[in-house]
Design a protein around this ligand. Sequence first.
Ligand code: 5AD
Ligand code: SF4
Length: 430
Amino acid sequence: MNVYDSQRMVDLLAPLGYAPVDEAAAADLVILNTCHIREKATEKLFSELGRLQETQQARAAQGSEMLIAVAGCVAQAEGPEIQRRAPFVSMVFGPQTYHQLPEMIAKIARGAGQVLNTDFPTENKFDSLPAATVARNASAFLSVQEGCDKFCTFCVVPYTRGAEYSRPVAAVLAEAERLIAAGAVELTLLGQNVNAYHGQDADGAVWSLARLCVALAELPGLQRLRYTTSHPLEMTDDLIAAHRDLPVLMPFLHLPVQSGSDKILTAMNRRHTADAYRRVIDKLRAARPEIGLSSDFIVGFPGETEADFAATLQLVKDVGYAQAYSFKYSRRPGTPAAAMPGQLTEDVKDARLAELQTLLLAQQQAFNQRSVGQTLPILFDRVSKYPGQLIGRSPYMQAVHAEVPADQFGRILPIKITSVGNISLGGVAV
Ligand code: 5AD
Ligand code: SF4
């Protein structure tokens, strides 16, 4: 979603004469769009700011100005701290106020000093953004839902992104049509809780994500549809049926479970059991047998015992993932879990993470190995560092390298998979 938001900032700044440059040293304005989900993400901000201050001083020595702004969830959560530690930053604003960027820049130009903008404004950000017209890629993101009301006890999202909000159906369909007209053949619908989507249509009727997918599937030119990230509680039967009925809906789903222990799931306030999650997976596989699955896992949540961790490993073995993300529990200020007893040491977390990742990597490699010899439709949307090659994605989100003429960029081609590397596949055009 930060990638999507950053692109919208580019759209917003274009009428003011700003255009993207490749290097900070050439920039009149640098915006760091930040993530607050784990401590590591936050630390990156301050080291990056240190480097940018040097660039800012070097430019000043040559008589050019460089404004530095911090956007996103770290800005939202730690705005005053950023201003204190980095007084050379002129604008600090959260994910719900970036549509006010032109006004903030005008304020700075009038000599306002530092601007801090971390309210949750009553007007809707999406209503004030210019239409997203330029698809920069054959595969485009489209935010349909934002924020979260789930309050998992480890997570900052409900505090930084705010309450759950669904964009109206008409706005989503119009943006999808514009993206397709500009060259997108794949859309990924975004939301922190995307399957909780409940946008209204012009008559005030509330649409589910499944209904939205059905409508999007009918748009001429759309060849692939994905959505991320989902919560197991809202994997409703209509959405599962969409995986059976809509060929454009890709056979891959990222469905975070976090833990395989019911005790830990309760402490996390996930509001589902490990078995309830297994049943959702069973239904998805009944609907779309070839579906590839992905998940997020947290190891070392407060109070996690060896037995709880073993339950997570068991769940992984039962499901069999195509890929997954796994993290050490990271104490986030202000979240309930940060104050829970039974915080684990880094050593325990490191050991559990290593064990889980070994298992997940083996599953990913086994999944990729099964693709060898198959011919898969690959959407080529990245250039490779190897001349003559392009990089694309399989329906299952695997990265695939192949020798493909450069003019096929942005197209979907049948590729026979011939090799498996660590993180990607190799293939030949057929
Ligand atoms: N510690 C570790 N991982 C976290 N995540 C969210 N909050 C934390 C935290 N405090 C992970 C979850 C979520 C993903 C986006 O980030 O697994 O699904
Ligand atoms: Fe965070 Fe996802 Fe839980 Fe919402 S559902 S609180 S975004 S982990």
